[in-house]
Design a protein around this ligand. Structure first.
Ligand code: DON
Length: 428
């Protein structure tokens, strides 16, 4: 997996299209070459590539989280009375409301996000911000801190957002003082995260509101379902249709250069690269997500199968031999789960046997991970056999250099021969 991520980063290292967000002056001072990719499995295992420790401001990636907090605190009906769920097809900072309802079209554009802030019940702006900061931090599994410079810069240059705030007040969407609501909105956008925080936030959404690392339920499953739905239709603004067709994951971008993408039930992805396209999305971030989705088969409309229910049994028929029995459909994240289980238990065996005789379907990403597992084990002086009677993993044998058997018994016999020979060699 690590090789996979490093390879995808290497493929995009030269992408330098786009420009830094400069309408918030402080954002124009970041290193344009910063680049990081992190991935969290649904059980909280983290992979990182590039500048994964580098902090940047969360910006609009805050919007789905504040929306989730509003849903959690006051319920969907009260939120729906103020913010719609329709894609706007407009820029993120459009000064507009829905023509008929006179409400913001959705919570992912600034108008809807500012309205969502005003729905968090709190006696003062500081208390409201504290609730927001605590909520985001539980998703990331660590305390997220405010970037004072970016906050000051946003506050000093936020005329457009102020225009949106006053417009919302005039339509009766904002009950509170627009300046106080905006102050909290500027602060939420200025919280600092890393690509790994985004992957963890994504994985918490992927797990329906349970942070896989801390084990804490931080939001209701129904709240997360609604939040992910709006991310699918509105998360990438006027690029949403293209994104869903090409990448196929609920996602949210921010002008700080981050993107979070979620494969429900499977993965959270965080990417950082601050050069943006005209829609405010990270150019390289979007391309990396496209590649990840294509190469790992992550599009949510093709992975609606039992890709996690793959490792049915692990057993040791003889000392030094471990059999991993997979079943169902073996897609990328299911294969990652199998490979990681075998990797974790590498002290237990000299020969690993992967039994795919009950696997119905497999994709190229899973095939590649399994063959990489074979070469890694061989590189460590171990043996790796495959029980694949129908040839679903191995279509042509020289292709993957894996020894293939028709039954587990045959593979175990051969493993025993290998063990006897290699033990003798090590005794000699
Ligand atoms: O309201 C703004 O302009 C920023 N604080 C956030 C905008 C943003 O991140 C748009 N996303 N791509």
């Amino acid at each position: 997996m690590q090789h996979y991520l490093d390879r995808i980063c290497a493929e995009h290292v030269d992408v330098s299209d786009g420009k830094l967000a400069d309408y918030i002056p402080e954002l124009a001072s970041v290193d344009p070459n910063g680049f990081a990719l992190s991935l969290s499995s649904a059980d909280g295992f983290i992979y990182e590539s590039g500048d994964a420790g580098l902090e940047f401001t969360i910006q609009s990636i805050s919007k789905p989280l504040t929306y989730a907090l509003a849903l959690d605190q006051i319920g969907a009906d009260a939120v729906d009375a103020k913010i719609g769920v329709e894609p706007s097809g407009e820029a993120f900072n459009e000064i507009s409301v829905d023509r008929t309802t006179k409400m913001p079209k959705n919570p992912m554009i600034n108008a809807g996000a500012i309205a969502a802030v005003s729905l968090i019940p709190a006696a003062t702006p500081d208390k409201r911000f504290a609730l927001i900061q605590d909520f985001y931090s539980t998703f990331a599994g660590r305390r997220l801190e405010l970037d004072e410079q970016v906050y000051a810069s946003e506050k000093a240059s936020g005329s457009r957002n102020r225009a949106i705030g006053y417009m919302l007040q005039s339509f009766g969407v904002l009950d509170d003082d627009p300046n106080e609501v905006l102050d909290v909105y500027f602060r939420q956008c200025s919280l600092r995260v890393t690509s790994t925080d985004l992957a963890k936030i994504g994985a918490t959404l992927a797990r329906g509101g349970v942070n896989p690392q801390t084990g804490r339920r931080v939001a209701d499953a129904a709240v997360v379902k609604r939040t992910l739905s709006v991310m699918v239709t509105c998360g990438m603004y006027d690029d949403a249709g293209d994104w869903v067709s090409a990448v196929g994951m609920p996602a949210k971008s921010g002008v700080g250069g981050g993107i979070v993408a979620v494969l429900p039930g499977e993965l959270g992805i965080g990417v950082y690269s601050p050069l943006l396209d005209g829609k405010g999305n990270s150019v390289r971030g979007v391309r990396v997500c496209r590649s990840l989705s294509e190469q790992l088969g992550l599009h949510f409309l093709t992975v609606a199968r039992h890709s996690r229910a793959t490792l049915r049994a692990v057993y040791e028929p003889r000392a030094g031999i471990c059999v991993y029995e997979a079943h169902g459909d073996l897609m990328f994240s299911g294969a990652e789960h199998v490979v990681r289980a075998a990797d974790r238990q590498r002290e237990r065996y000299e020969v690993a046997i992967l039994d795919v005789s009950r696997v119905d379907d497999i994709d190229d990403a899973a095939r590649e991970l399994l063959s990489a597992m074979g070469s890694t084990l061989r590189g460590e002086g171990k043996a790796f056999y495959l029980v694949d009677p129908d040839g679903i993993v191995i279509r042509s044998e020289p292709e993957l250099e894996v020894i293939r058997f028709h039954t587990v018994d045959d593979a175990v016999e051969e493993a025993q021969v290998w063990l006897d020979q290699n033990r003798r060699v090590s005794l000699d």
